[in-house]
Design a protein around this ligand. Structure first.
Ligand code: CP
Ligand code: NVA
Length: 288
């Protein structure tokens, strides 16, 4: 694979290879990407993605440059295609976090170097690779009941893509208006009832009700998602050894209560840590 734009073109064996590499590279420093440079192009804020990619690159012996549109001519109208061609002459890879998925598609179309999606309005593939790795670490299998509660957003859509590759049983509970716009297949069930979705679930996942770029809809969304909070009452019918996941940042008291996110079933910080380990493998695979 040349780029990582979404999981749609990735096969099970590509992802298994990434996880093998993750195990090999985890916690180690090397010179595998010596003298290679990564561009971190971020249109939106980030804590985990930007820091884990930067540190990952350094651990592999390379370097990275963090840029937002403000420092770049792209903010004055330079085209994405010209930007991609120019960056390809200096650097060896691009991680981009963008408002519009088309921007990342254009970057990958015109860049001569690998382009990695660090989140767009459509997908967040690096997150889901780290999340799958985390579930495997904890449970040794993906043959589990997954329940997504809340917004059918970018993270949810990447879970849908992953569930097609690994044939995961995935229940998705969203308000009708916020169902994911993504093709679903056999083992994915869409519902508007969070209770139905979490029944016998092994893994419960949620995310913010207001993704970056949707701030203007805050009032409307808080109202629409009120019944979709992950709290102790909702999780009563999940399996007793269930795990709780959230890509973070979390909004305590909205999509999840502190009791759940700080509770013994929560694996959110392992997920966050695994961003570093799994992304090192992605960088190695695409840039070495
Ligand atoms: N989960 C995630 O992508 O976090 P950041 O927005 O902090 O990068
Ligand atoms: N769905 C969230 C994920 C943040 C990592 C957003 O797009 O803002």
């Amino acid at each position: 694979m040349k780029h990582l734009i979404s999981l749609k073109k990735w096969k099970k064996k590509d992802i298994e290879k990434i996880f093998e590499l993750t195990n090999k590279l985890k916690g180690k420093k090397s010179e595998d990407l010596f003298e290679k440079n990564l561009i971190l192009y971020f249109e939106k804020p980030s804590t985990r993605t930007v820091v884990s990619f930067y540190i990952g690159m350094v651990q592999l012996g390379g370097d990275a440059i963090y840029l937002t549109p403000r420092e770049m001519q792209i903010s004055r109208g330079e085209s994405v295609s010209d930007t991609a061609k120019i960056l390809s002459r200096y650097a060896d890879g691009i991680v981009a976090r963008v408002f519009k998925h088309n921007t990342i598609k254009d970057l990958s179309k015109y860049a001569k170097i690998p382009v990695i999606n660090g989140l767009s309005d459509m997908y967040h593939p690096c997150q889901i690779l780290a999340d799958l790795y985390t579930v495997l670490q904890k449970r040794k299998t993906l043959d589990l009941n997954f329940a997504w509660i809340g917004d059918g957003n970018n993270v949810c859509k990447s879970w849908i893509n992953a569930s097609k590759i690994f044939k995961l049983k995935l229940n998705i509970a969203t308000p009708k208006k916020y169902q994911p716009i993504e093709k679903v297949s056999g083992k994915i069930k869409l519902t508007n009832d969070p209770k139905e979705a979490v029944k016998d679930a092994d893994i419960i996942i949620t995310d913010t009700w207001i993704s970056m770029g949707e701030e203007k809809e805050k009032k409307k969304r808080l109202q629409a998602f009120k019944k979709f909070q992950v709290n102790p009452k909702l999780l009563k019918s999940a399996k007793s050894n269930h795990l709780f996941m959230h890509c973070l940042p979390a909004h305590r008291g909205h999509e999840v209560t502190s009791k759940i996110i700080d509770g013994k079933h929560s694996i959110v910080f392992d997920q966050a840590e695994n961003r570093l380990h799994v992304q090192k493998a992605i960088l190695y695979q695409l840039m070495k």
